[in-house]
Design a protein around this ligand. Structure first.
Ligand code: NZQ
Ligand code: ZN
Length: 386
């Protein structure tokens, strides 16, 4: 196992009917900005519940943070927060709203000429010592944004990942009832996203990190078991709870400490969303099976472990077990109606060149756990996904 530091300051409030606890968690004198997306949070009554829980605190609302949140929208929110002297941000929504709110938390303390600087550090921490405090009411289990310091912001058809230890939510309310209004395809997106978050921290090469590996395998098995149940059945609240906590646990840092990581699928997928507007989880579903087939040799030991421990494949040669595990992974996505082919989205060889060019512009030219995955090989992987 590699050395690591681990600190996650986010308090999780998990369960049904716990909205009134927001009152205890937000400072009494806070001047709160509630941020949300299109209309779902308003339409389904979540915003009303939040406003009620906040009691007599001064509140300003900012709606319209779109899926794959845009820099320009967040600049408008930041200006409003400055104008209203907001002291606390409460994000109500999925990954896009939570991510966008993290950007606002940093931008509010900067002059407008420096907003863009926040997006110029990649995965290195944004060099800013302070942010406005923020918290989340998570309505979509998927990204893990409710318990991490990451965000992904869209600017000029590029997705910019950012990280800051200052933007971990102070608390996040995870109420499985809030997910009952999700369209089915968003459940599928969330299952795929959470699954692939685990895969990108687990399917690399062995470093004898037993706790991380077995926790990762437990999350994967839970998603395989309860993801499809949640997708198909709106009444199984226990499956939904397990899905929700799986998504948070997949990207709260716990399974990623002390192990090599490979975020290639995400980096390629992000550019597909930016260019072709395909939902995040779905882009990952397209890339991963083809990437695993291309990277079988480099990932052999972990793929074998994955086959045996996650998919319970015990017969056949090592090669056969690995192949069967990849086939089962792809079939799992397909069972959620996630199509794992680029042609389904009308992306052809020209489209692939655009993805490659975007990756190049972003400096993503040496991907994988050992930085040996160059753009020529990414092109081959995408061609095999046509
Ligand atoms: O805008 P509204 O009307 O709220 O509709 C949203 C949105 O259209 C809807 N929705 C959310 N909760 C709902 C609901 N509809 C009905 N009932 C509910 N309870 O769902 C749609 C998608 O929401 P979005 O927040 O975009 O989805 P998701 O949570 O998958 O977030 C995706 C974003 O997160 C980033 C992605 O790149 C993408 O921008 N990621 C963030 C990460 C992080 N912070 O750690 C890591 C991820 O890998 C990912 O990159
Ligand atoms: Zn993701």
């Amino acid at each position: 196992m590699q050395d690591f530091n681990y600190h996650n300051p986010t308090q999780i409030v998990f369960g049904q009917n716990r909205f009134n606890e927001i009152d205890k968690l937000v400072p009494k004198d806070a001047n709160v900005m509630i941020t949300y997306g299109g209309q779902s949070a308003k339409k389904y009554g979540t915003i009303d519940k939040v406003i009620k829980a906040l009691g007599s605190r001064k509140i300003v609302e900012f709606s319209g943070i779109e899926a794959n949140p845009k820099f320009e929208t967040l600049v408008r929110a930041t200006e409003l927060a400055k104008q209203q002297q907001v002291t606390y941000l409460l994000a109500v929504g999925g990954g896009s709203v939570m991510d966008g709110t993290k950007f606002i938390a940093l931008a509010v303390l900067k002059p407008d000429s420096e907003y863009q600087d926040i997006l110029s550090h990649g995965f290195a921490p944004v060099p800013q010592k302070e942010a406005l405090p923020l918290a989340c009411v998570a309505t979509l289990p998927a990204t893990g944004s409710e318990m991490n310091g990451f965000a992904v912001i869209t600017l000029n058809e590029q997705k910019y990942p950012m990280f800051s230890p200052e933007v971990y939510p102070q608390f996040s309310l995870l109420d499985p009832d809030l997910t009952l209004t999700l369209p089915k395809e968003q459940i599928a997106n969330g299952v795929a996203d959470a699954f692939i978050h685990v895969i990108e921290q687990y399917l690399t090469y062995p470093v004898n990190a037993k706790v991380q590996d077995r926790t990762a395998e437990g999350i994967l098995k839970t998603l395989i078991e309860d993801g499809p149940v949640t997708y198909l059945d709106n009444n199984n609240i226990e499956a939904r709870k397990n899905f929700m906590w799986s998504a948070t646990s997949a990207l709260n840092g716990n399974i990623g400490v002390g192990v090599p990581q490979d975020w290639s699928t995400h980096m390629i997928g992000h550019e597909m969303t930016a260019l072709f507007d395909i939902a995040h989880g779905r882009t990952l579903g397209i890339v991963l099976p083809h990437l695993l087939r291309a990277r079988k040799q480099q990932k052999h030991a972990k793929l074998l472990q994955y086959a045996e421990r996650v998919w319970d494949i015990h017969n056949g040669t090592e090669e056969q077990k690995v192949d069967e595990a990849i086939t089962k992974t792809e079939a799992f996505f397909n069972s959620l109606d996630i199509v794992t082919r680029l042609s389904h989205y009308n992306i052809d060889e020209q489209g692939i060149e655009k993805i490659i060019s975007n990756l190049n512009k972003m400096g993503m030219t040496a991907l994988s756990e050992t930085q040996d995955l160059g753009l020529d090989e990414v092109r081959k992987i995408l061609l095999s996904a046509l």
